[in-house]
Write a protein that binds this ligand. Structure first.
Ligand code: GLY
Length: 342
């Protein structure tokens, strides 16, 4: 989905979305949950796998991530926004029902980082490969090296950003007010900051897996890595309990080992929604003033096929596909637009 279409959907179509309530999550399988409304297409690709006899959650989440990596988006894949040096660097990770996991960070000119992450998981004794080493591994494993060109949208956004070259990884509350509650994280100039694609799925055999793919924060320092490729931060799967993924300001998610925390709360008996809320509260309660300036959202799925989400600010939405539903929900959130707690 291109950025214009994304913004149009965001501003026109989504304000009528239902607010997710845990009561709606009755529990079913197979099921796939993705961050953002672009998760609808992602879930469709994952469902092609999940709906087939024997379809494995691991294959489904990879297919979902590949789908969005093929789109032109501000925030995922080679069409994504570059770092402050004008270079697109991608992060991705994947985790299966056996706690096998693989990741790549800061990889350049490779179209499908999620599939490279899976190869890291399956073909090496390691979990994360970064930068040139990740690219070298990808090429050795048959992934073509793509041209280092920016997408047209990314070129325009980068040229605009260069005028001030300000690095402000924060949301603009005024902009959010103007653009409505569904405005994703915005830079001061109104351009979207990032919306990572994370998805978690459970297959008909009760096995969970998850995947995350992103171009990371727009105009980041070259070499910056967020939460997305870090197991326990951007993604965590425990096949006894559940799975969780995140979107938003990765540094804050890393500080609390966000998705591991969400899964541990579910282990303690919290619903997926309550577990996501408690993880958001952990960030907010540590520094309320800072929390007003940032967005983090979590989505989670438990072993019963129940799911939920929570975010710090308004504007986080997530997509669900199962045999019972195929829709986008607004996530509940902690802070009102003026920064006070709801
Ligand atoms: N959550 C994505 C990032 O911070 O890069």
């Amino acid at each position: 989905m291109d950025r214009k279409k994304f913004l149009t959907l965001s501003s026109l179509g989504l304000s009528s979305l239902p607010l997710f309530s845990f009561a709606a999550s009755a529990g079913t399988k197979p099921i796939v949950i993705s961050t953002w409304e672009s998760g609808m297409g992602v879930n469709g690709a994952a469902w092609e796998v999940l709906s087939k006899p024997g379809g494995r959650a691991l294959d489904a989440v990879e297919a979902g991530a590949v789908h969005i990596e093929n789109e032109i988006s501000c925030c995922v894949g080679l069409g994504g926004y570059p770092d402050r040096d004008g270079i697109v660097t991608l992060d991705a990770c994947i985790m299966d029902e056996h706690a096998n996991c693989g990741a790549v960070a800061g990889i350049e000119q490779i179209k499908h980082p999620i599939s490279v992450a899976r190869k890291v998981m399956e073909k090496t004794p390691h979990v994360i490969l970064v930068g040139n080493g990740a690219q070298q591994f990808a090429i050795e494993n048959g992934f073509p090296k793509e041209p280092a060109e920016l997408s047209e949208d990314a070129k325009k956004a980068y040229a605009e950003w260069l005028k001030k070259s300000e690095y402000k990884p924060v949301i603009n509350i005024e902009n959010k007010k103007q653009n409505g509650p569904f405005a994703p994280n915005f830079f001061e100039d109104g351009s979207p900051n990032h919306d990572t694609m994370g998805l978690v799925a459970m297959d008909a055999n009760n096995n969970l897996s998850g995947a995350v793919t992103t171009s990371g924060m727009a105009f980041k320092l070259h070499g910056r890595v967020g939460d997305s490729p870090i197991i326990g931060a951007g993604l965590f799967v425990d096949n006894e309990v559940g799975a969780a993924t995140s979107s938003g300001l990765g540094e804050e998610v890393i500080r609390i080992c966000g998705t591991h925390l969400v899964v541990e709360f579910m282990r303690q008996g919290y619903s997926p929604e309550a577990a996501c809320k408690k993880a958001c509260e952990r960030i907010v309660n540590r520094d309320r003033a800072k929390a007003k300036t940032l967005q983090v959202g979590f989505v989670a799925l438990n072993k019963k096929g129940e799911y939920g989400a929570y975010s710090i600010q308004s504007g986080f939405v997530f997509s669900v596909k199962s045999g019972k539903e195929n829709r986008v929900y607004q996530s509940k959130f902690i802070l009102k637009n003026d920064g006070t707690v709801k």
